[in-house]
Design a protein around this ligand. Structure first.
Ligand code: URP
Ligand code: ZN
Ligand code: ZN
Length: 476
């Protein structure tokens, strides 16, 4: 007798669809089979039972950045995630002024503790200011279950030099840690922004000019090259365009361990969306910016082949007033960068990826969370429907036809870039470790029982070694 049995649904297993019951005991999946008996029974006829999603790139309760605060904390952010079928999140432990990388981790753990309705890990962040003792901080991060670190190649106060990037990569590889990079050429963005300002071209449309594809392509190539040199595992986050996706594909072709992530905003919006009145255009201010239709096609293709391995929201919860700032003269140079997306990430993938036929079930499952679980050291608990793993499960109504409206979303952000978008398929019930958070489409239990997940390191492929160890004439 199991604590709970979900019966009658169409279940998404690794090997494909199955008509089976799921037996849950002590918060874990205890059995997959037929005729299972439970103390409680959930009838799921007509619904699809899918693994809870993992969103491994989101920003919650960050220190004030450029005078701007994030609207969502771990409470509103996690509820929003749950409504969108995401049961595990991995936000960034962003450092505030004067903090070390480890102090930022302590701060984020304190912000998250007792607030989240879904389970969570944290990524660490290095900047030039967060400490020169990279190796010892990496040791302590790994020991505390944080085997992934992010570095920015742009943004004032955050951009790291190639020297620091190399030190992070050199330190990460032997520890089985993953390096994540925001790849844009900082000098190019600063130069072009300065010239646009001098020309009086500060409207939102110029955001896409200041953050041109060439800047992203160059930085992607450079970061990938540094990963190739060090043998480090590198994730290029929020790949926005065909050129950057191609750089990642080439680097992988050379044997480098470089992985691409993209986000829904790059598949559903284009630079033309920055061309409307400020109140409208502001909904598409994020970095890198939206691109053209050809890039959208290339990104869907790369998602379908696996050349892009990760699908994250980059949920960056800034309010409209922080984008239209100053209100008297909105400018791309002062607008807060980023859009909400925790709640829409998975429904968009379900509707526009799986149901549209762009993605197979296997690719959908990989992008929904399985790939993130494996890459970020969560696969012993999360990411699949399999005996022994946490019972993080989502029941979807595959026929529900609905329109995205920000009023109906649960983030504290006052807009969505997807306003009015029609989608098919919606989560009706969401369980985290066998406990209903969402039931019949409403918040059933807001108790913040989400746990911090210490993640395991993922050892580097021994075949990928730093350049100084592989140079053929040294081996001869
Ligand atoms: O525009 C964005 N993406 N803002 C959030 C911070 C980042 O770069 O990920
Ligand atoms: Zn970024
Ligand atoms: Zn981000």
């Amino acid at each position: 007798m199991y604590d709970l049995v979900i019966t009658g649904g169409r279940v998404a297993l690794d090997e494909g669809w199955a008509d089976c019951d799921i037996g849950i005991a002590n918060g874990r999946i205890a059995a997959l089979g037929r005729g299972l008996r439970g103390a409680a029974i959930i009838e799921a006829a007509g619904r699809w039972v899918m693994p809870g999603g993992i969103d491994a790139h989101c920003h919650l309760d960050q220190p004030t950045w450029g005078g701007v605060d994030t609207a969502d904390d771990f409470s509103t952010g996690s509820v929003s995630a749950a409504f969108g079928g995401t049961t595990c999140i991995v936000p960034f432990a962003m450092p505030g002024p004067g903090m070390t990388t480890l102090a930022a981790l302590d701060r984020s753990l304190a912000c998250a503790g007792g607030r989240s309705v879904v389970d969570y890990g944290l990524h660490a962040v290095f900047t030039e200011a967060t400490g020169s003792d990279v190796e010892s901080q990496l040791d302590r991060l790994a020991a505390r279950g944080v085997p992934s670190v992010k570095a920015f190649m742009t943004y004032r106060g955050f951009a790291v030099s190639d020297d620091l990037m190399l030190a992070i990569m050199d330190g990460a590889r032997p520890r089985g840690m993953t390096v994540m990079v925001h790849a844009e050429n900082d000098a190019g963005i600063r130069r072009t922004t300065g010239r646009l300002v001098a020309l009086g071209r500060t409207g939102f449309r110029y955001h896409a000019v200041a953050h041109a594809e060439a800047f992203e392509r160059e930085a992607t190539h450079r970061a990938a090259t540094l990963a190739e040199i060090t043998g480090a595992r590198l994730v290029i986050v929020h790949v926005s365009c065909a050129q950057s996706a191609e750089e990642v594909r080439r680097a992988r072709g050379r044997g480098a361990d470089v992985i691409a992530e993209t986000c829904p905003q790059y598949l559903l919006s284009t630079a033309a969306d920055l061309d409307g009145p400020p109140q409208e255009a502001a909904r598409f201010i994020f970095s890198p910016p939206p691109r053209g239709r050809a890039s959208q096609d290339a990104l869907w293709q790369a998602l379908s082949t696996g050349d892009i391995a990760l699908w994250s929201s980059d949920h960056s919860p800034y309010r409209m007033a922080d984008k239209i700032a100053p209100a008297s003269e909105p400018s791309f140079t002062t607008a807060a960068n980023g859009v909400p997306g925790l709640e829409t990430r998975l429904p968009i993938l379900f509707s526009e990826g799986l149901l549209s036929g762009r993605l197979t079930l296997a690719r959908y499952l990989a992008l929904a969370g399985q790939a993130a679980a494996m890459l970020y050291g969560l696969d012993d608990r999360k990411g699949r429907i399999a005996v022994g793993l946490d019972a993080d499960l989502v029941l979807w109504d595959p026929d529900a036809r609905w329109q995205v409206r920000h009023e109906a979303q649960h983030s504290a952000v006052d807009f969505t870039p997807y306003e009015g978008l029609w989608l098919t398929g919606k989560p009706t019930d969401v369980l985290v470790r066998g406990r209903f958070v969402i039931r019949d489409g409403i918040l059933h239990d807001a108790t913040p029982t989400g746990q911090f997940l210490p993640r395991h390191a993922v050892p580097a492929d021994p075949a990928r070694r730093p350049i100084e160890e592989t140079t053929p004439w040294l081996e001869a």
